[in-house]
Design a protein around this ligand. Sequence first.
Ligand SMILES: [Zn+2]
Length: 208
Amino acid sequence: MMAATHRPPLFNLCGGHAALDLVNSLDNRYGARQPLERLTDYAALLRFALESGLVDARRARQLAQVTTAAAERAVRSARELREALAAALYARLDGRSPPPAALRTLEGHLHRAARHRELRWARGVPGGALSWDRGRYEARAELPVWLLAQSAGELLMSETVERVRACDADTCRWLFLDTSRNHTRRWCDMKVCGNRMKARRFQARHEA
Ligand SMILES: [Zn+2]
């Protein structure tokens, strides 16, 4: 039984958007050392979905019961989505078009996310209204991947994508949504990269 809600967060969600935090889950992507995989297994993917608010604790506990094979497939799929997203977003930041292979992969993920949902008639609003719902697909292992793909698609196709930045520390380059009023945010996390860079400049001044 998972007690996820009572444990300290496993992921640093300073990206401010689930799709960007997903990209950051491969840590040290641009560092000198080997990248560090934070989506280590399905439990980690569920923790990520829970901490990002994509699923609630009850759903996460239910999904923790899926078969090992389904769980492994979902983790591979989440990493595949992440790398396609990373390729597209970093290319955009570098002023290039996304690699065609990344686009095709994203397309596949968006198709699957769109296919695994049901059209419902919501009676809560006056006169009723149509809405999409995960319905019978809610307990499937890939649910977090579909939700992430949907969220990523919405970001990439909106004007908000212009607010996506990479952390100024070149060994970091974590992605975040710059929601500061003057669009001047430079660091993924002031506590991590901001302080590290300030310390480095301080050191450089005093060694000169
Ligand atoms: Zn950073």
